[in-house]
Design a protein around this ligand. Sequence first.
Ligand code: ADP
Ligand code: MG
Length: 267
Amino acid sequence: MVKIIAIANQKGGVGKTTTSVNLAASLAAMNKRVLLVDLDPQGNATMGSGVDKHNIERSIYDVLINQESVSAVAIAVSESGFSVLPANADLTAAEVELLDIDNRERRLATALAKVANSYDFILIDCPPSLNMLTLNALVAATGVIIAMQCEYYALEGLSALLDTIASVREAVNPDLELQGILRTMYDPRNSLTNQVSNQLHQHFGEKVYRTVIPRNVRLAEAPSHGLPVMHYDRYSRGSKAYMALAGEIIRREEQLANLDQAAHLVE
Ligand code: ADP
Ligand code: MG
């Protein structure tokens, strides 16, 4: 079954897009069929995947507003082995236009449901706000990965996001769960990093991914070449970290599937 994961945090600059692009590439490298949905009008995930946002005929805007099919709009990035549902500045208008539409919070979910059999993972790169676009992502998703930097204000704002996830689960999408918390731009030499990290473990336990993403200049350079880091510098620490994260996510999924099977045998 497809796993639809929203990568969220209403804070900007915490590594959502970097995680979306590089996790997509890493999962694809592990032979998973992956669709990356760019849901940020900045179009950074689109550009970072090697698709020029200025040069696309159709985008996620057309999927949300004109109900064009995902398969007609998605672009396969052959080098990286995944597909992208691209975004550009048009998406800013969608945010406003959606307000006048029936079932406005379900538009993305409805569109993705039709391609669910074509993918193993659908990753949604969320914009840095809790707006109608992010709401569409949370209604469409089965899991949320919260990307966060272990800095002083990191925990602030986390409760707003967790509250939003809880109310979406209650009101529209009972399948939605916190998939995991990912520590990005991690610097173990910084004592604050360790302090915040400890707090995260206390609050979220097993939900905190073992894999941490180190601060790595290759991760920051790769997008300007339109490449995921593993195709830019395969042996960089950033590349290895995102491969490790993909492995951890796949293992967790397999464990859950095994538990499910065992439960059925007992019944
Ligand atoms: P968001 O999508 O949450 O706004 P981005 O993924 O765009 O965040 O990251 C913000 C900036 O930080 C970008 O310039 C990106 O290249 C850089 N960056 C993200 N993760 C790392 C990392 N682990 N090491 C170094 N630079 C990073
Ligand atoms: Mg971003």
